[in-house]
Design a protein around this ligand. Structure first.
Ligand SMILES: *Cc1c(COP(=O)(O)O)cnc(C)c1O
Length: 462
């Protein structure tokens, strides 16, 4: 043990009294600097113990400054999504419309009538700002908006099926990603999952035979991130509703993305709409605010009044309630649908409906910015975010790096763009080529994108 070496380590007080930390002391608390200094000295003792040299006072002060810097720089920041996956959960799902952003800013900056009735001057209810919109758009009798769709499903099961049984087709007892697994959510709610059928085929009789006096509901889950093809058979929602009516039980529909527009108009497979689910008679339909709806994170529950009322009264409703900022953003987003301007105003739908000409024009500018480092190629964008699995939209891609003279690997190029000093740009790599897709990039971000690409080209040609 080199105890002699340890004696050369500066004391906490000496580090704190140095120029560097005195300067940091103008902006940061003494306690913060004290704790960080102690931790750095502890690091130093450990590295000395394994034979490393004793760091100088300046080196320790420098390490403290690095840690202070890491704490205060905004970790969560904007990036450009050039992956071609429109609803990218890791990149924050739906970008918001201008109207949604201003509504959110407006209620953030001061106070609001969130739970205050301006006509009577007494206590109000936050759901009154959203329920009529959801009902008008979906045809539902009642609605409730919560933190996210996982919370919506958990609340629905907890309020209406706790200590009872819920029957699900085996092919739908799925994991959606990010830790949302139907069997786990079911267990958490206190409901007992009864799986019927096989992974690929489930029949009406499977449900009929599984119903007991303890059955509370039949649950359909939209298998939103994979597709089962080939020898398959599922019981339709209409059939589930008929079975449920005959046995006086409920039908829940976890739509996942929850779409209000007809995706077939955009050359995509039909994504189940919320309106269809309500019309077919689901007691509760659950869907996300930030997938194909194109709003902020939220879980939307639409359905029969009797069922929704019980959810509203359940203690969990308070625990998973939506905040005022997202409530304002979601309401503004839903208004776009009422005004029939969703495809023009909601970024997700603008991306889905972008014309091939527009995508080509933007991609060509990117190629020019990259000056010989890239070429255009045909490719496909995907919707992502647990909607329309396997469905793609034709696009024009910018392929960076194939055969580039500097021999930069796709990984190296991708890292450089990710760490661009302009703005981080995220692409995707396919067969050792870095691909950039204009479809998932907001057109208003094109200038920043071009600046990042110029910077990359310049950097590489050095
Ligand atoms: C995405 C999804 C969820 C979870 O929704 P969040 O809003 O992310 O909580 C639940 N069920 C299905 C079918 C989904 O696709």
């Amino acid at each position: 043990m080199p105890s002699g070496e340890l004696r050369n380590l500066p004391s906490v007080d000496r580090v704190l009294a140095g120029e560097r930390l005195k300067e940091l002391g103008n902006s940061f608390s003494h306690d913060l600097l004290l704790n960080l200094t102690r931790e750095r000295l502890e690091d130093a003792r450990r590295s000395i113990a394994v034979g490393k040299p004793v760091p100088s006072l300046d080196e320790i002060a420098g390490a403290v400054a690095v840690h202070v810097e890491a704490l205060v720089q905004p970790g969560l920041r904007p990036v450009i999504n050039a992956t071609g996956v429109i609803l990218h959960t890791n990149l924050g799902r739906a970008p918001l419309s201008r109207a949604a952003i201003s509504a959110m800013a407006a209620v953030s900056r001061g106070f609001s009538n969130l739970e205050f009735d301006l006509s009577t001057g007494s206590r109000g209810e936050r759901q009154v700002f959203i329920e009529p919109l959801v009902c008008r758009l979906t045809g539902a009798e009642a609605a409730l908006v919560v933190n996210n769709n996982a919370a919506a499903v958990l609340l629905g099961l907890s309020a209406l099926a706790s200590r009872k049984e819920v029957i699900v087709s085996r092919g739908q007892a799925v994991e959606i990603g990010g830790g949302f697994r139907i069997p786990d959510v079911m267990r958490q709610s206190g409901a007992k999952l009864v799986e019927v059928g096989t992974t690929n085929r489930t029949y009406i009789a499977d449900f009929e035979q599984a119903i007991t006096e303890r059955t509370a509901a039949l649950l359909r889950v939209h298998t939103s991130n994979f597709r089962v093809t080939g020898f398959t058979s599922e019981v339709t929602l209409a059939e589930l509703v008929t079975i449920a009516r005959n046995h006086n039980i409920l039908v829940f529909d976890d739509l996942g993305s929850g779409c209000l527009l007809d995706t077939a108009t955009y050359g995509l497979a039909p994504e189940p709409t919320v309106q269809a689910s309500i019309k077919l008679g689901a007691d509760l339909a659950f869907f996300s605010g930030d997938k194909l709806i194109g709003g902020p994170q939220a879980g939307i529950i639409a359905g029969k009044k009797a069922a929704v009322d019980r959810l509203k009264k359940h203690p969990l409703a308070r625990a998973v309630r939506i905040d005022k900022v997202r409530l304002a953003g979601l309401a503004a987003t839903l208004v776009h649908y009422l005004r029939e301007e969703a495809p023009q105003e909601i970024p997700v739908w603008r991306m889905i409906s972008a014309s091939p000409e527009e995508l080509s024009r933007r991609a060509r500018r990117w190629v020019e910015a990259l000056g010989g480092l890239a070429r255009l190629q045909d490719g496909e964008s995907t919707i992502g975010g647990g909607s329309l699995p396997g469905e793609t939209l034709k696009t024009r891609l910018v392929a960076v790096g194939p055969g580039n003279k500097r021999g930069q690997s796709a990984q190296a190029l991708s890292r450089r763009l990710r760490q661009s000093p302009v703005i981080p740009v995220i692409g995707r790599i396919s067969e050792d080529v870095l691909l950039l897709d204009p479809r998932s990039v907001l057109p208003e971000d094109d200038e920043a994108m071009l600046a990042a690409l110029y910077a990359l080209a310049k950097d590489i040609s050095k």
